[in-house]
Design a protein around this ligand. Structure first.
Ligand SMILES: [Zn+2]
Length: 172
């Protein structure tokens, strides 16, 4: 987040190689997803980022299309969530103090109707303040933090635990 009042969010333009980003490639948008600085179209999923900022007051939102988040969002779809429980790495999530914690990653159906998806996400995030992230089915992981460092740590922790769970289920 660039500023809170008025809300200004830095977001990547759509279609860029995320491995080769520099400051030029970030757009600045307002709370209606209008570009106020920079060139290009904001990410197609801007509405989701804004919903998370709105529901959680997050300073940074990160999203991955990783192999394990995609795979487990499908294999746990019937349960509606992926449970992550009993691992020391859970303590990397802000507010979690013991490995005995049970973290739930809810799974939303994927949709090209981002506004509707964002509405569902906002309702759930407001209802359950303990969540640190969620999955979109056959798509990927969303997580957030009060700043970029915290959001990055949450990506690392959740991706690690998803990989661990996926590999233990498949025996590899
Ligand atoms: Zn995506």
């Amino acid at each position: 987040m660039v500023s809170e009042r008025p809300l200004r969010l830095a977001i990547t333009a759509t279609g860029l190689d995320k491995g080769a980003l520099d400051a030029e490639q970030f757009l600045e948008i307002d709370e209606e997803a209008r570009v106020v600085r920079g060139k290009g179209l904001p990410s197609a999923e801007t509405g989701l980022h804004l919903a998370i900022v709105g529901a959680r007051g997050a300073g940074a939102v990160l999203h991955t299309h990783s192999m394990w988040s995609t795979l487990l969002s499908e294999s746990f779809a019937a349960n509606g969530a992926v449970p992550l429980e009993g691992f020391e790495m859970l303590k990397g999530l802000t507010g979690v103090r013991t490995h005995e914690h049970k973290e739930i990653l809810p799974i939303f159906e994927n949709s090209q109707d981002i506004d509707q998806l964002a509405e569902h996400v906002e309702v759930l995030l407001k209802r359950d303040p303990a969540l640190h992230g969620f999955l979109i089915r056959r798509h990927g992981l969303y997580t957030w933090g009060r700043d970029l460092a915290e959001a990055k740590r949450h990506v690392e922790v959740l991706e690690f635990l998803l990989q661990l769970l996926g590999r233990s289920k498949s025996g590899v």
